[in-house]
Design a protein around this ligand. Structure first.
Ligand SMILES: [Zn+2]
Length: 348
């Protein structure tokens, strides 16, 4: 197949709060790969950290990098070994791609394989550009029922689906969730869809708790004002990364409970109830991005309407206003998910 060369418009981060719309060279499509023309990208907390501080956790911006890892688009070119039937397919992009031949990949743990390269993790360019090239199996076909306005959110939903897969069945379980940001709200919807008996969710922001109630939370608690009841839950998901919330989530578990760590812990948890872990046989499970089946599960949840992604989308911006979108996400606490519509030319 002929290689389409040229440039793509991209949102390139040069340093803290220095985002520029520039032309970057299009990658060529190799064997087993596809080109996806990007149609939409939603912003994530990690994009905000890179934009505001030039760093996220232990990773820093060392050279100009295209941001974004939550995206969807349409396949416009296929490499050798990929069926031409896939041309024109709408796809959600699984952005963290391993070397599939490592022992960890082959044993089903590709998400924690050090070989993984993730779009939008500096220095790897992200999805806020005209097109990307990736391994064909990581471009997941989107059902028609998932509209363009929400399709980028399949990625954060895959994070939630993987976290829930990590704890096993939630059917009939009493669930606590600390943090009602986008991931907490998606974990909430996923466990409700899968038959949790009760759901209790905490956050500092009343506006987020109101969304949680509308999405089916049984109870909402304002962090700092009300504490989670102790020994009252079967499974707790920390979706905040806040040390105090992680300790509260652990204390909220009854015997044989499971603590799922989904948020990125900001620092050490000083008052973690380690004695309860031993005495009550609590399990602590880390949840990192998405393992095998998480995207397929997310597409099933969204495609069937059991998870409402539109409830999380609070704004949309064109690519030319990506910096304004990032500023809005940083400064406006009522924002949940902002989508950059890369097909839109005009102002908001
Ligand atoms: Zn993300």
């Amino acid at each position: 197949m002929a290689v389409i060369s040229g440039n793509d418009e991209a949102a390139v981060l040069h340093g803290p709060r220095d985002l520029r719309i520039e032309q970057i060279e299009r990658a060529t499509v190799g064997p087993g790969q596809v080109r996806v023309d990007i149609h939409g990208v939603s912003l994530c907390g990690s994009d905000l950290h890179y934009y505001a501080d030039g760093r996220n956790g232990t990773n820093s911006l060392t050279q100009p990098t295209v941001l974004g890892h939550e995206g969807f688009g349409v396949i416009t070119e296929v490499g050798s070994g990929v069926s031409s039937d896939r041309l024109g397919e709408r796809v959600a992009i699984e952005p963290a791609i391993p070397d599939g031949n490592t022992p960890l990949s082959l044993s089903g743990h590709y998400n924690v394989c050090p070989s993984v390269l993730c779009f939008g993790s500096p220095p790897n360019h992200g999805l806020l550009r005209g097109s990307v090239v990736l391994a064909a199996p990581f471009a997941h076909p989107l059902p028609d029922s998932v509209g363009d306005d929400v399709a980028a959110l399949i990625e954060p939903l895959a994070v939630a689906a993987w976290a829930v897969a990590r704890v096993g069945s939630v059917l009939g379980k009493r669930i606590a969730i600390t943090g009602a940001g986008p991931i907490g709200l998606l974990v909430l919807q996923t466990v409700v869809a899968l038959g949790a008996s009760t759901t209790t969710i905490t956050d500092v922001a009343p506006s987020r708790l109101a969304v949680a109630s509308a999405l089916g939370a049984t109870h909402t608690l304002r962090s700092g004002e009300d504490a989670l009841p102790e020994a009252a839950f079967d499974i707790a998901f920390d979706c905040s990364g806040h040390p105090g919330a992680i300790a509260d989530a652990a204390r909220s578990l009854g015997p044989a409970g499971i603590l799922a760590l989904v948020g990125v812990p900001g620092r050490a948890v000083a008052d973690f109830p380690i004695g309860a872990v031993q005495r009550w046989e609590l399990d602590i499970r880390g949840c990192f991005r998405y393992g095998p089946s998480a995207f397929v599960d997310a597409l099933a949840l969204a495609g069937s309407g059991r998870v409402d992604l539109a409830a999380l989308v609070t704004s949309s911006y064109p690519l030319s206003e990506a910096a304004a979108a990032l500023e809005a996400a940083l400064t406006d606490p009522t924002q949940l998910k902002i989508v950059i519509d890369t097909t839109s030319q005009g102002p908001q």
